[in-house]
Design a protein around this ligand. Structure first.
Ligand code: NAD
Length: 267
């Protein structure tokens, strides 16, 4: 089995990475950054998001696992004190995986230029630094509303506990093949009207945003921000691809939600 490690870059994470590399190579696992079967992220959720985007081109062949060197993460859910247990589990390969749905984002430019396609593990947000965004929102091919406001956040089930949660979105179990649309400060008055509630779309529904003004958009895909001008439409749906997490012990989603947001009973 081939493994790669990605560090947050601070001393604590770097030291842990060095230990993991030396232990796993002693167990005769091969360190390989090009074609790893397992990517170990050491740092926080941000480090795991980076790892995901670094290996997004080989999701069907790579599984991820996250160790946190700061506070408990959502994806980075192993503690440094569990390292020896984890190393032994990894060395006993093959390992089990759980698969979570992803968000597919397709940005189409005006004038028939080439479209851009991204996969998000958490979410995509669309904002502008030039006042409000104004979009026609289509769901499954039909006009749904004209949105005017700060922006929209379209998230995956596992990303529903991140930015989406701060916007009042629901938390979705990652076994649901769905995406969620949450508003950011929509303008609602006699002229403009939006639904106001987060919407959850099933796997076979597509959401399309069509900008009504020629603005420059800041489009985030997880921690990465892209700037696009002359956007014709932005399309969202559940991706065909899935992210795979290596599972070496049960840590149910709702327990993770409770430990992260309600109470942490762990050491
Ligand atoms: P960051 O350093 O600002 O950290 C964001 C926080 O979000 C961290 O505490 C991280 O642990 C947490 N987080 C990330 N994914 C999560 C998930 N799926 N469930 C629960 N918590 C999660 O930024 P970063 O580390 O580069 O992460 C980028 C993420 O930050 C984005 O994908 C977005 O979800 C989140 N974010 C949140 C807000 C907000 O809550 N208001 C605003 C901007 C970005």
């Amino acid at each position: 089995m081939k493994f790669a490690i990605l560090s947050k870059g601070d001393d604590k994470s770097n030291n842990l990475c060095a230990k993991i590399k030396s232990y796993l190579t002693e167990f005769e696992l091969e360190y390989n950054e090009e074609v790893p079967d397992l990517v170990i992220s050491v740092g926080g959720d941000g480090t795991l998001l980076e790892a995901f985007h670094q290996y997004v081109h080989r999701l069907d062949q790579t599984a991820f696992i996250g160790i946190h060197t700061g506070h408990l993460g959502f994806y980075a859910d192993w503690m440094p004190s569990e390292l020896e247990k984890l190393i032994i589990e990894i060395a006993k390969t093959p390992f089990q995986v759980v698969e979570y749905p992803l968000l597919e984002v397709i940005i189409r430019p005006k004038n028939g230029g080439e479209e851009s396609r991204y996969l998000a593990l958490n979410e995509c947000t669309i904002k502008t630094s030039e006042g409000s965004v104004v979009f026609d929102v289509e769901i499954k091919g039909d006009h749904f509303e004209t949105f005017r406001g700060d922006g929209l956040c379209i998230s995956t089930p596992s990303g529903s506990t991140a930015y989406n949660k701060a916007l009042g979105g629901a938390i979705l179990h990652p076994s649901l093949e769905a995406i969620q649309i949450a508003e950011m400060a929509s303008i609602n008055n006699r002229v403009f009207r939006t639904i106001g509630s987060p919407l959850i779309l099933p796997g076979h529904h597509t959401c399309l945003l069509k900008p009504l003004h020629d603005k420059s958009f800041m489009i985030t895909v997880d921690h990465i921000t892209h700037t696009y001008k002359d956007v014709k439409s932005i399309q969202f749906r559940v991706g065909k691809e899935k992210v795979r997490f290596a599972r070496f012990r049960p840590f149910p989603f709702w327990k993770r939600v409770r430990d992260s947001f309600v109470a942490d009973d762990r050491e």
